[in-house]
Write a protein that binds this ligand. Structure first.
Ligand SMILES: Cc1cc2nc3c(=O)[nH]c(=O)nc-3n(C[C@H](O)[C@H](O)[C@H](O)COP(=O)(O)OP(=O)(O)OC[C@H]3O[C@@H](n4cnc5c(N)ncnc54)[C@H](O)[C@@H]3O)c2cc1C
Length: 470
């Protein structure tokens, strides 16, 4: 692939003439070899070099830096991580508050580094609104969600309830019933951040080999088509792409397709209709993971989670199928009917990794020389920064606050990671759960649905949701 502008709207907004960096052509030896130039790999290289400039680091990337989820996502930089309840189990309130401090500090850290390194990624710290809208059932989900976060130790200053009128001040979504405002979220142009970071680490002395695919890694050697890399430490940072590597670790994360559309820049009148004046990130409380924000150039970016392909196949096509496109349009207009007829200039999809543990991990195993960070389950834009900082500290054997965090495991990866069920159970399971979520959404969103149908749909969805870590 040589023309990268169709990877995502974000890539299309970059300089059009991106040339891949040179590939690996020989066998080499380095201190640290990183597989994958997404946020995890790039941030890890950055924090390693910051602390130990003489470390030799090579990143190998099968396409170009930012080509994966990091250059295609919804642009939410979240000061939170998935699976927090599982992670906080057994911790005292004081310990949980220490974790919360680390997690909620992500946005400020990224802000500080991007300013220091002159990476312009359109970062806008506008918080996020989780709304209850379109149907009554969402109101309970919003209240449950607020109780959940307060139960973990977050305060009203972090997560606070909004009335319907207050929510509408942020976003005028159809049938708004109320919401939650969370201040620890910013929006970015993720391709600008990934490409900017890749230039930054390169300037610090990291070598990035693009168009170089790793086939396997073992015994401190990464094998590629063009040569081998011997390294003291290997950091596989391939999140949604594990199924493409020959490794016994690959079944712990499956590739999930996630889809987005971007409108043409909207007019001031259109924005007055739908809100977003302060440019918050936005989602409602559907189980279909719908989310949106207003880009720096005034487009509405709208996305929802998609499908899983049999045998963890990774989707090569970047654009949406006609069915996916129709679904997104219908969904977006259900939120914002005044956008009927608006031009969609971009549609694209990407691959995120869903970990069977349902919560992120940093695993450092000095015996095998492996350091693994990931398991973001679709929320890795911010989490990758925090976990990369942790990974760097572990590799450098520093005793820091980060290395005591509950996502850290000093064990062999196989003893920490769980495997997904084998096929066809994996595929059938995912498909069934998604179908039930879609059915629940349709039933709830239909004012004529009888009570028994709603009750059945809720019961089925509630039973199945934990199987995907929701
Ligand atoms: C459509 C979409 C929307 C999302 N929205 C959000 C959001 O708004 N907020 C949020 O927090 N998260 C979001 N996510 C998730 C987030 O983007 C990811 O969690 C995060 O970018 C993961 O970064 P990473 O570096 O671990 O993986 P990636 O960015 O996927 O990087 C992995 C890299 O490894 C390369 N690679 C793969 N296999 C090999 C190999 N064998 N050899 C060499 N290189 C290889 C790939 O080309 C890729 O560049 C979204 C994801 C998608 C797909």
């Amino acid at each position: 692939m040589n023309n990268y502008s169709d990877v995502s709207f974000w890539f299309d907004s970059l300089d059009k003439n991106i040339q891949a960096r040179p590939s690996l052509t020989d066998d080499i030896e380095v201190d640290v070899a990183i597989i994958g130039a997404g946020f995890t790999g790039l941030w890890t290289a950055y924090y390693l070099k910051q602390q130990k400039p003489d470390l030799s680091i090579a990143i190998i990337e099968s396409e170009i830096a930012g080509f994966g989820a990091s250059g295609r996502n919804g642009g939410w930089l979240k000061g939170s991580i998935e699976g927090e309840s599982q992670m906080y189990a057994g911790l005292s309130l004081e310990q949980r508050q220490q974790v919360i401090q680390q997690v909620t500090g992500i946005v400020e850290e990224v802000k500080t580094v991007t300013q220091r390194e002159n990476i312009d990624c359109d970062l806008h710290h506008g918080g996020v609104v989780y709304s209850a809208a379109r149907y009554q059932e969402q109101l309970k989900r919003v209240d449950d969600s607020l109780s959940y976060f307060h139960g973990l130790g977050y305060t009203d200053d972090d997560y606070h309830r909004l009335t319907a009128a207050e929510t509408k001040q942020y976003v005028n979504v159809r049938g708004c019933l109320g919401g939650i405002f969370i201040k620890h979220v910013a929006t970015i142009n993720p391709a600008k951040l990934a490409r900017g970071l890749s230039d930054t680490v390169e300037a610090l002395g990291v070598t990035i080999y693009e168009k170089t695919k790793a086939h396997s890694f073992n015994n401190r050697v990464v094998v590629t088509d063009n040569g081998q890399i011997k390294a003291n430490i290997i950091v596989p940072a391939v999140e949604g792409y594990w199924s493409g590597i020959n490794s016994d670790l690959k079944n712990h994360t499956i590739p999930i397709i996630s889809n987005l559309v971007a409108t043409t820049p909207l007019t001031e009148e259109q924005w007055q209709e739908i809100g977003f004046d302060k440019r918050p990130a936005f989602r409602d409380s559907s189980r279909l993971h719908s989310y949106a924000h207003r880009s720096a150039d005034n487009r509405l970016i709208f996305g929802a989670r998609g499908s899983y392909l049999f045998n963890s196949k990774i989707r090569q096509q970047h654009t949406l199928s006609p069915d996916e496109y129709a679904f997104h349009m219908k969904f977006m207009l259900d939120f914002f009917p005044s956008l009927e007829g608006v031009e969609i200039t971009h549609n694209w999809s990407g691959t995120l990794g869903m970990s069977r543990r349902y919560s992120p991990h940093v695993i450092y195993d000095p015996k095998s020389g492996l350091a693994l960070a990931g398991g973001y389950s679709g929320a890795g834009v911010g989490a990758s920064n925090l976990l990369a900082r942790t990974t760097a500290d572990l590799i450098l054997q520093k005793d820091s606050d980060l290395t005591t965090m509950p996502w850290v495991f000093n064990q062999s990866p196989n003893s920490v990671l769980k495997r997904w069920e084998p096929e066809p159970i994996r595929w059938l399971g995912y498909k069934t759960i998604r179908s039930v979520f879609s059915w629940e959404e349709n039933v709830d969103n239909n004012p004529d649905s009888p009570r028994w149908k709603k009750k059945t749909a809720h019961t089925a969805a509630k039973i199945l949701a934990p199987l995907l870590g929701y």
